[in-house]
Design a protein around this ligand. Structure first.
Ligand code: 3PG
Ligand code: MG
Length: 378
């Protein structure tokens, strides 16, 4: 039986001498033409190796950034192609899928052009499998198809959290917007024993509790929703102290002055809460150390600014130190863990940000559904 009803590499017909279209997510961070973190490229290597060892010719395809359907040299896959050639010689990489409007529109004509000349399709693009785009959902309608090793492993780990976590299960959410994460908050409250909330989104909750948020990020139209969650007895723990920047200060630029203060849960007018305070950092760290399962998504503060990195760093250290099974969901929190040199002490760092949240929320993704529909037992 294939994993989660989705065919895996072993379910493919013999691929000796065949041309395989490999959809990967090589949407890596690039600065000044240099890849700053090649995790997503390295993560596809087990699948590439398996395909090559079984005699296939591998042609990879990825999106890179958001060029909105037009060719744009800034978003050319050149640097990715160069790195891939070092890591996996012999693998060709097609140009950015999003240079064609047919990719995001899931245009059948674009799918037809994409699969031309291929015998088999493999999806290893976990980070993009929440997008019902042409290269994700189209090829399984035309070719024998399977999930690659990375996609299968991500699904196994994240659905495992959803379905049978060891308890206590502590989830930690940060990031700026409550509105983006309401559904995932609901989903996590359904499976986790406690949800710790930091980052910019905590101020909307603190306002719902009647506290003053000053000039901090706050989504006023979400305050009622947050209040309803708290009044309903949701197992949410909010910060008990805040690190804030005073009037005149600039985020990311300590040189421009502006006083930094440790506050309680009330932020005065003109002040901006930009990190959880030391008391909260210690409390959150304790919760993570006492847990048996931890899921973390989203920084606790503006960690790019050294004045507001302590909360995120303390949490990352606790997640690394915890005996729990620890999962960090993509994007900024994965970058933080890497920057603090703690990546190898986390059990699973997801290559997907939005995809990992959507999988926890829905228990499925469009890319998985497409593979499932393609597969028929012999
Ligand atoms: C990501 O980096 O989150 C994935 O590669 C998906 O990219 P997208 O958010 O531009 O669709
Ligand atoms: Mg551990």
């Amino acid at each position: 039986m294939p994993a989660f009803g989705v065919p895996t590499l072993e379910d493919l017909p013999p691929i000796e001498g065949q041309r395989v279209l490999l959809r990967a997510d090589f949407n890596v961070p690039v600065h000044d033409g240099e890849i700053t973190d090649d995790l997503r490229i390295r993560a596809a290597l087990p699948t590439i190796t398996w395909l090559q060892e079984h005699g296939a010719t591998v042609v990879a395809a990825t999106h890179f950034g958001r060029p909105k359907g037009t060719p744009n040299p800034t978003y050319s896959v050149g640097p990715i192609r160069a790195r891939l050639a070092e890591l996996a010689p012999g693998v060709e990489l097609l140009e950015n899928l999003r240079f064609d409007p047919g990719e995001e529109a899931n245009d059948p004509a674009f799918v037809a052009r994409l699969v031309e000349g291929f015998d088999v399709y493999v999806n290893d693009a976990f980070g993009a499998s929440h997008r019902a785009h042409a290269s994700i959902v189209g090829p399984p309608q035309h070719l024998p198809s399977a999930a690659g090793r990375l996609l299968a492993h991500e699904v196994e780990v994240l659905l495992g959290l959803r379905e049978h976590p060891n308890r206590p299960f502590v989830a930690v959410l940060g990031g700026s917007k409550v509105s983006d994460k309401l559904k995932v908050i609901d989903a996590l409250l359904g499976v986790a024993d406690e949800l710790l909330i930091g980052g910019g989104m905590c101020f909307t909750f603190l306002k719902a509790q009647g506290h003053r948020v000053g000039a901090s990020l706050c989504e006023d139209d979400m305050v009622e929703r947050c209040r309803a969650l708290l009044d309903g007895g949701a197992a949410i723990r909010l910060p008990s102290d805040i690190t804030a920047l005073g009037p005149g200060g600039t985020i990311g630029d300590p040189g421009t002055g502006g006083e930094v203060r440790q506050l309680g849960v009330n932020v005065p007018d003109g002040w901006m809460g930009l990190d959880i305070g030391p008391g909260t950092s210690a409390e959150f760290a304790d919760a993570v150390l006492d847990a048996r399962t931890v899921f973390w998504n989203g920084p606790m503060g503006v960690f790019e600014d050294p004045r507001f990195e302590a909360g995120t760093r303390t949490l990352a250290e606790a997640v690394a130190e915890s005996a729990a099974f620890t999962v960090v969901g993509g994007g900024d929190s994965a970058a933080a863990v890497a920057e603090f040199g703690l990546a190898d002490r986390i059990d699973h760092i997801s290559t997907g940000g939005g995809a990992s949240l959507e999988l926890l929320e829905q228990g499925d993704l469009p890319g998985l559904a497409a593979l499932r529909a393609s597969w028929s037992p012999l």
